[in-house]
Design a protein around this ligand. Structure first.
Ligand SMILES: [Zn+2]
Length: 549
């Protein structure tokens, strides 16, 4: 399928849906969240667009859910005020960091409500949603039922003391409030009681075998994702209530439960991937185009989420898709482990340290993207301080790549009048260019397997080989006695730098474009080595990155 001389060329482009976790519009995000989901998704999507695939990358702000109402209660404002504030803040992150969405929306749209209600009704018609009695946490003092996130207590599995009614943030298991040890109401800290109430349930137990079979067909998933998912299903799935006693949420269609109940957020938020795809198609003037991603059996879908979201994306969302019928299931859920930025503020309002906005304002976006991409927690939790990020910027990005571009460009520009384009390449030059061709292939293969950290290291290793080539060939000395040979070396170095700029584009789109645009070419491969115009002037681009003191 690919010709290493020309780079990749596909007979047919693939339809690829890049789905990214929906952030709750309940508070500022962290740099760790960006590295955990948004940046890797953007790198993956940009690469796939470059090689000619038909890509949509979708997500949006999750405006329902109790994190938002909890915060609104704390501040004494309406939930919509919280939602508008943080949705606007999230949009500023994407702009500052060059995250390129095809549709970044919210769960507040009429479209999302319609898609959710249609899905609810069809799953119900297919027999996988039914009414049932459940025991629900109740706050006797407030005289109301408590949604999961309004209940806190000790995790029955790991004994973490601040586990929530829906999930334990420490060990990652999903929970029901009655499983907590010493459950308390988050409203007033009093012990929660449990009373019977009626709700709609998703019959996950009836989908257990289908999910187990499907997970067994999955190859190439990250070990922590597939192992967690399989053991979760092996333990046997329990039916889960998908409605709650809430005012803030999407109305239940054909509601037979009575007032005061809404569709619960975990059921509708994952439907956002489908509703955002449909909204993208409508906005694009091609209302049927979402089908290319959801009905075409050759289409692929990738869900970029943090590890706390694995149950919802590798089990519950696939279960809902099975229950609905016809729609494509996830191709891969390349969930990341946690990334902790030492010294980052836990929230915008308290504590010392920096917020995400501080980082976004102080750092060149490509430097920040590089530093984060070089430590993506693809297999294990990772931890980094700003000092270490600065070291990676200064010693890797600036010293290896930025200085290489600077050094070769200035030699070429300063000696431009002496260049002799009648040169022929020697073996060492051919070897360097052969290295670029191989690097395109191996880097592309790694990105396709969502091994993004390794793919970035792979390109950096090639950058280092260009530096080694220059140290060996020493064009700055050769130019004094052999202009033709020096011209060959500089031409070869610029060809390989241009190749790096192409390969760095998914990771560092802005600076890569500056380098690429400065070099005149005979052709423009979207993912492959280019033939550089011999003897053409180079544009002076100055320093690409700032070195931190
Ligand atoms: Zn736990």
């Amino acid at each position: 399928m690919n010709d290493p001389k020309k780079g990749y060329s596909y007979c047919m482009s693939k339809n690829i849906l890049v789905s990214v976790a929906w952030p709750y519009a309940s508070g500022s995000r962290h740099l760790g969240h960006i590295g955990g989901a948004y940046l890797p998704a953007d790198i993956f999507a940009r690469y796939n667009r470059m090689i000619g695939n038909n890509v949509i990358m979708v997500s949006g702000s999750d405006v329902h859910g109790t994190p938002i109402t909890v915060r609104a209660d704390d501040e004494g404002v309406e939930p919509i005020e919280i939602v508008n504030r943080y949705h606007a803040e999230f949009l500023s992150y994407w702009e500052k960091l060059n995250i390129q969405w095809d549709n970044y929306t919210t769960t507040m749209t009429d479209n999302h409500k319609e898609v959710t209600q249609e899905m609810f009704l069809k799953i119900k018609e297919n027999g996988f949603i039914e009414k049932n009695k459940s025991i629900q946490a109740f706050d006797p003092k407030e005289n109301k039922f408590l949604p999961d996130r309004y209940v806190e207590g000790e995790c029955p599995k790991c004994n973490y003391l601040e586990a929530r009614g829906d999930q334990c943030d420490s060990c990652g298991i999903t929970l029901d409030p009655e499983e907590l040890i010493n459950p308390k109401s988050k409203i007033n800290g009093n012990p929660a009681e449990f009373k019977e109430t009626e709700h709609y349930f998703l019959k996950l137990s009836a989908l257990n075998d289908k999910l187990a079979d499907w997970l067994n067909t999955k190859k190439g998933w990250r070990p922590h994702v597939i192992n967690f998912s399989k053991s979760f299903v092996d333990e046997g799935l329990q039916d889960r209530a998908i409605t709650r006693d809430l005012d803030w949420g999407i109305e239940i269609p054909d509601n037979e439960l009575g007032d005061g109940k809404k569709i619960y957020v975990w059921f509708e938020a994952v439907i956002g991937y489908l509703s955002a795809s449909k909204e993208w198609a409508i906005n694009n003037g091609t209302p049927e185009a979402w089908k290319d991603f959801w009905l075409d059996k050759n289409a692929e879908s990738y869900y970029f989420v943090g590890k706390d979201n694995v149950p919802f994306h590798a089990i519950i969302w696939p279960a809902m898709l099975f229950a609905y019928g016809d729609l494509n299931l996830p191709t891969n859920v390349p969930a990341n482990q946690y990334i902790l930025i030492k010294g980052e503020k836990a929230s915008a309002s308290r504590g010392v340290g920096k917020t995400l906005n501080d980082y976004l304002d102080e750092w060149n976006p490509d430097s920040l993207r590089y530093s984060l991409a070089s430590i993506l927690p693809e297999q294990n939790d990772s931890e980094i301080s700003e000092d270490e990020m600065i070291r990676r910027n200064n010693e890797e990005l600036v010293a290896a790549w930025g200085n290489l571009v600077q050094r070769v460009f200035s030699q070429y520009i300063n000696n431009f009048d002496d260049l002799d384009t009648t040169f022929e390449y020697e073996k060492i030059d051919e070897d360097l260019l052969e290295g670029a061709k191989n690097c395109f292939i191996t880097t592309g293969e790694m990105i396709e397997k969502v091994e993004l950290k390794s793919s970035l290291q792979n390109v950096m290793a090639y950058v280092n080989s260009i530096n080694a080539y220059l140290n060996e060939t020493e064009p700055w000395k050769v130019i004094k006695k052999d202009k033709k040979r020096a011209s060959a070396i500089l031409h070869c170095a610029i060809t390989s730098i241009d190749a790096c700029a192409t390969m760095f584009t998914p990771f560092m789109p802005t600076t890569s474009k500056i380098v690429s645009d400065a070099i005149q070419k005979e052709n423009q491969n979207s993912w492959g080595i280019n033939e550089i115009k011999k003897g053409a002037p180079l544009k002076n681009i100055g320093h690409l990155f700032k070195k931190f003191d």
